[in-house]
Design a protein around this ligand. Structure first.
Ligand code: ZN
Length: 386
């Protein structure tokens, strides 16, 4: 049996909003899963390989709730290679597709939409750049697809529907009807919110977003153009499911959305995405930067911000990642204050508006990178003991 003991931990962020920080200094990993969390002195770790965390914080591998992959580790939007690996170096180990809309020549007829969704789901379930899970195959609702088509895709393994509003299904009654089919098929869906993102997509205003009742209101702060703040508030108050804040959006309105959710006592609805690749680029540190914004300017506790990109997203999406708990996949990110920054640990770094340094990323119990190539260097770096 493969066993790894991660010990000497400083802060332990669980990713669970109900208990965002754990009192522990060690995590025992067995067969790629978390076996125990607690005190190293009290753990039976006979024969385990040892990682000395040197006082670094640990958080769950982050989930980017909103990406637009094509195929492989390539994005046609910015004609860039290796962007998914870049994300892993930013602590993101699970990425959820909001639609493969950037695929050159993307088909829009029903047979083509289904074929693309199933092919993307299959391809990314067999392709894991640096261990990253890319949950792809998210068909964009187009006119002509029937209830049976959504059921067929679900039966074939598709789990998510891309953004309503990026395709031809965009009017209130039509969106509501298709959303009913999507739910009947057991699929999880998101709706574009705000101004059009690229030519050919649509403005999705408050009434249609509210009526849709999708699992996720995508980019409440715009992707990249936000609804006006009064409208945005109506969407949050008029819906009951997840509200996504993205890096590729309006930062002022991201903070406004945070304030509305906080006032409602519903921070469990907050999820984080990058919406990359986008016109503003690929953002390997986009989730970290959004956490840093919400903490430093928004005053959000880092444990809660990490939970937004962890357990909150996992719960609203019906997936397993994003939480440090016994039995869960050992997707772990070791991080610390950056050298030269004002904070003394990762939490203080976030509160100062800094980007923490990542010293190690672990996926399914395996070390996929040491010192991140993308974050600033961490003050303390974990070490694998020979
Ligand atoms: Zn969008």
């Amino acid at each position: 049996m493969t066993r790894t003991l991660l010990r000497g931990l400083g802060l332990v962020f669980s990713g669970d909003i109900a208990a965002p920080r754990l009192e522990a200094d060690a995590i025992l990993i067995e067969q790629g899963r978390i076996a125990a969390i607690g005190r190293a002195a009290e753990m039976d770790a006979e024969g385990a390989e040892v990682i000395e965390a040197q006082g670094c914080a640990v958080m769950p591998g982050l989930i980017d709730n909103h990406v637009h992959p094509a195929f492989g580790d390539w994005t046609p939007r910015q004609n860039q290679l290796g962007w998914i690996e870049g994300m892993v170096h930013g602590g993101t180990t699970t990425l959820i597709s909001a639609g493969e809309v950037h695929l050159p020549g993307r088909p829009k007829d029903p047979v083509g939409v289904k074929a693309l969704a199933i092919a993307a789901q299959r391809a990314f379930s067999a392709f894991r750049p640096m261990g990253a899970r890319v949950l792809a195959g998210a068909p964009v609702p187009e006119r002509g697809l029937t209830e049976a088509d959504y059921a067929e895709m679900a039966a074939a393994g598709v789990r998510f529907v891309g953004e309503f509003g990026l395709g031809t299904v965009k009017d209130e009654a039509e969106v509501a009807q298709v959303m009913g089919w999507v739910r009947a098929a057991g699929l999880n869906a998101m709706i574009h919110c705000g101004g059009p993102s690229i030519a050919g997509s649509n403005l999705m205003a408050a009434p249609v977003v509210i009526a849709a009742d999708a699992d996720i209101v995508a980019h409440i702060n715009g992707g990249p153009t936000s609804l006006p703040r009064a409208e945005l508030t109506k969407v949050i108050e008029g819906t009951s499911r997840a509200i996504e804040v993205v890096h590729n959006g309006n930062p002022r309105n991201a903070l406004h959305a945070l304030g509305v959710l906080r006032e409602m006592g519903r921070l469990d609805r907050l999820v984080i995405g990058t919406d990359s690749p986008a016109g503003s680029g690929v953002q390997p540190l986009g989730v970290l930067r959004t956490i840093s914004l919400l903490c430093s300017v928004g005053g959000l506790d880092p444990g809660l911000a990490i939970a937004a990109a962890g357990g909150n997203t996992a719960r609203w999406r019906g997936i397993e990642a994003g939480v440090i708990a016994p039995g869960r996949a050992a997707d772990l990110v070791l991080l610390d204050a950056p050298i030269g920054g004002a904070g003394r640990d990762a939490a203080e770094a976030f509160m100062e508006g800094e980007l923490p340094g990542i010293g190690m990323v672990i996926v399914d119990g395996k070390i996929v990178c040491g010192r991140s190539r993308n974050t600033p260097p961490a003050a303390r770096i974990p070490e694998l003991r020979a």
